[in-house]
Ligand binder design. Sequence first.
Ligand code: F0G
Length: 482
Amino acid sequence: MPEIRFYNREPVPVEMHKVKIVQKLTLLPGKERLAKMREAGFNTFLLHNGDIFMDMLTDSGVNAMSDNMQSAMLRADDAYAGSETFYRMRDKLEEIFGIGNLLPTHQGRACEHIIAQHLVRPGSCVIMNYHFTTSKAHVTRLGGHVEELVKDEGLIPKSDLPFKGNIDLDKVKACIAKEGAENIAYMRLEAGTNLIGGQPISYENMKAATELAKANGILTVLDASLLQDNLYFIKTREEGMQDKSIAEITRMIADLFDMIYFSARKFGFGRGGGILIRDEKLFHEMEDYITMFEGFLTYGGMSVKEMEALIIGFEETMDMDIISQGPQFIAHCVKELDALGVPMITPGGGLGAHIDARQMVDHIPSEQYPAGSLVAALYLCGGIRGMERGTLSEERNPDGSERIASVEMVRLAFPRRVFTLSQTEYVIDRVKWLYDHRHMIGGLRFVHEPKTLRFFTGRLEPVSDWPERLLAAYEADFGTDQ
Ligand code: F0G
């Protein structure tokens, strides 16, 4: 879907849907936000949603359903075993991906748990273009390790490369030679590479990488959680793809992989997950994990109503009008902020706009979590909840030292079909204000630090009284009521 053209002004993205159900938002006064931030240990994951004006933490499980998805929920066939809804879901996924062997799960990390549990042994290597927090945690938990082989250029924050998620084929060859193909449990390619800013992989690159894997007998796995954004980018950016439909591109991608899994909290606008497994024998070997950890084979921990909605959601994912909305709003936000001088990850990707925190608050040492500090400041100054994606999201090295993230950023997620353009403009305004006052932002330190996935539940405190001073400057500009 090309952006709507305008008569006598610069075009802006236009919502290709109308609002039918709304949720009231509240913007707490600054002093109350500071109190809430303290209660949450300066960790935006621990805030209550009612205390947030714009929740841009994630695009996971918070995408807006369509009228058709909601109405489909009424026909859900509730059954412990043999639900007709499951078979409809399986058939829809087979129609889209060409694989009918479906293991249903309650969400994406459950797929990662099961795939890793079955394939990873102590000492195994898993090749990835880039890790996602949970996909890596499941490999390391079992004594395996992850080799992240994204091209170096993918990690350069400011760039105009169309496919920053591409894996480096030379690095893959070197890795296979070093580790030995038999020690490589699988190659996992992540569409819409989350932790480097929702950056896509090209079809060409997926094809070459999976061919290389196959030539070495290595199993290929696609993390399709963010596939919908990646599909939009392939269609709009990759040479030779403009004339192909989204469904055709999806099928071309799917044909490259032995296994495809997804978080339906992103893919399909609902909540749930699933693994598609091409090989019949492998599929049956992995069934046991579903009945042990997830639920019976025909719901896998999902609500059947949600599954029924997902069937429509998957179909909507094949609609260019629908999937172009997220990337177009994000591109607008990134372009505006970039023009205002704010260091953004460019080009804009899927799932959210990303601020290069390492550059924006370069006076904060990595050990004091620049992105964590910036994300806390953004809640204080505007009631916007983003997500830290940097050193705080890493786990410490075995010797206890900090593992400094290669990319240190704040993610402002755009849940799909949720926010309007004026809300996007508000975010641009507050981020710009914060940029102009960036030197007032200070660091954070842990007061409670969990060993695994510490960013979820860890508690921190500011290293000085910078939050009070920053808020005073904010109130001088905007008043005490907002
Ligand atoms: N893979 C990718 C690429 C993801 O982005 C996520 C989740 C998962 C797997 C795990 O799926 O949450 O359903 O268990 N990403 C969320 C986020 C949490 O906020 O980016 P899940």
